[in-house]
Write a protein that binds this ligand. Structure first.
Ligand SMILES: Cc1cc2nc3c(=O)[nH]c(=O)nc-3n(C[C@H](O)[C@H](O)[C@H](O)COP(=O)(O)OP(=O)(O)OC[C@H]3O[C@@H](n4cnc5c(N)ncnc54)[C@H](O)[C@@H]3O)c2cc1C
Length: 404
């Protein structure tokens, strides 16, 4: 039976920098994650991908607690928080501490799809955002295509729209779309004659189909699919913003999403760190615990500072969004790049600290399981999705040196 290690972040640091509102919510998020997610987290992270594995009960429970309303304004049916982006990112950290897979599915639903819809008309908010917050419908966000993920300029997209009476017709294909196979609708980036557009596309529309879920190295509980659009009719009311606004709508959603990926990285890194501290105090080598070898002490000292740095960065990005900055480019790219990097670094160290146990999904001798192998597999995608870390470094470099 797995147990949770002591949270080292609680004893090492003070939270002066985080808004009180966020700290209060963090307690609620943590209670949910520990009580409801933790009991199924191992199975959730190990099972091969299948649409039957979608965690309906947990999504329903989150909706009941109002968690999907966290990023949204009161007028839109949300909680109307003063610091919604800080709270949303903290939720991502708390979920990823227990299960990165689950955090990924939730982020796609309530942040990427949710923030896209929040930029739409009152019709879109009423018919799509409200059911998403109540979990009467599941949302997806479809930007990536088979030939292109980093380059989503309009000309590079193969998902094309044309104008027709009363709306648009869309054909094309999207790849790796989280939740697509079980989603009710997807916020979809398309090209309309050289201009980008974001449409809400009903997944039950004629001409929409999905692949089987992808089988992946990690994040196995986060289900991803191809979506195929074959002459799908989309009513004109389902356009978010104006023709030509597509990339802007995506980018605004990605400001929250990237901050959340950084926070998820912090959650994974903190979990690997805490598992390691506990193990190092117990495991003996050459007559003393691993924790007394200076090599590991120095490494853990560095990681303790880096993880808190990554936490500060995602809060900084959240505070920028909450302060009214719609596109905190440097802060969100920095939070995403650094939080995901630190989770990969810490996961690799944790596997090394655990030695042979670090590789064990399940020990043949007695069926024991070890969380660090899962974090090692799950953390990698953070460096790839929502803009690869190379793209984020490019973005940061542009802020330093200018676009030219
Ligand atoms: C588990 C998972 C879930 C996902 N969920 C979603 C989702 O819900 N919705 C969605 O739209 N997408 C989703 N994605 C897709 C994800 O966002 C893309 O994989 C990501 O943006 C990278 O795109 P790509 O895989 O096409 O890589 P490419 O764009 O082909 O890049 C390949 C490599 O080349 C590098 N590269 C590209 N351009 C440059 C450059 N100019 N300079 C230097 N290096 C460069 C990249 O950094 C990368 O290392 C998901 C992916 C995964 C794995």
């Amino acid at each position: 039976m797995r147990t949770l290690p002591p949270r080292m972040s609680e004893s090492l640091y003070h939270d002066d920098y985080v808004p009180q509102e966020t700290l209060k919510l963090r307690k609620k998020f943590r209670a949910f994650a520990e009580k409801e997610l933790f009991p199924i987290a191992y199975e959730f992270g190990q099972r091969r991908e299948s649409s039957d594995n979608f965690p309906w009960a947990l999504f329903q429970s989150m909706a009941k607690k109002g968690f999907f309303k966290v990023p949204h304004k009161k007028g839109d049916g949300g909680l109307g928080l003063k610091y919604p982006a800080c709270a949303a990112a903290t939720l991502a950290e708390e979920l990823a501490y227990i299960s990165a897979s689950f955090s990924g599915s939730v982020n796609a639903h309530f942040l990427l799809a949710g923030i896209s819809l929040a930029q739409g008309s009152s019709y879109i908010k009423r018919n799509y955002l409200k059911p998403l917050m109540e979990c009467e419908a599941i949302g997806a966000f479809a930007m990536t295509e088979p030939q292109s993920g980093s380059d989503v300029r309009s000309d590079s997209l193969i998902t094309k729209a044309s104008k027709t009476k009363g709306g648009y017709v869309v054909s094309g294909q999207k790849r790796y779309i989280t939740n697509a196979g079980i989603a009710d609708f997807t916020a979809t980036l398309v090209d309309l004659g050289g201009k980008s557009c974001m449409f809400v596309i009903d997944m039950n529309s004629k001409g929409v189909s999905t692949s089987e879920p992808d089988k992946k190295l990690g994040n196995r509980g986060e289900l991803t699919y191809d979506i195929y659009f074959d002459k799908v009719r989309v009513p004109k009311e389902n356009l978010i913003g104006e023709v030509g606004d597509g990339l802007k709508v995506c980018l605004r959603a990605l400001m929250y999403g990237r901050t959340g990926i950084g926070a998820g990285g912090v959650g994974m890194a903190q979990s690997a760190f805490d598992e390691s501290v506990k193990y190092m105090k117990e495991r003996q080598a050459f007559g003393k615990p691993l924790s007394q070898f200076q090599h590991w002490q120095f490494l853990m000292a560095e990681r303790a500072v880096e993880i808190e740095n990554a936490r500060n960065l995602y809060i900084k990005s959240g505070r920028q969004i909450d302060g009214g900055n719609k596109f905190p480019i440097l802060e969100s790219s920095g939070a995403k790049f650094y939080g995901s990097k630190i989770s990969v670094d810490m996961a690799r160290d944790a596997v090394q600290i655990f030695g042979g146990y670090g590789l064990m999904v399940e020990l043949g001798h007695d069926g024991s399981t070890y969380k660090v192998e899962e974090i090692y597999r799950d953390s990698k995608v953070g460096e790839i999705y929502e803009g690869s870390n190379e793209i984020h470094k490019m973005v940061i470099a542009r802020e330093i040196f200018g676009k030219e």
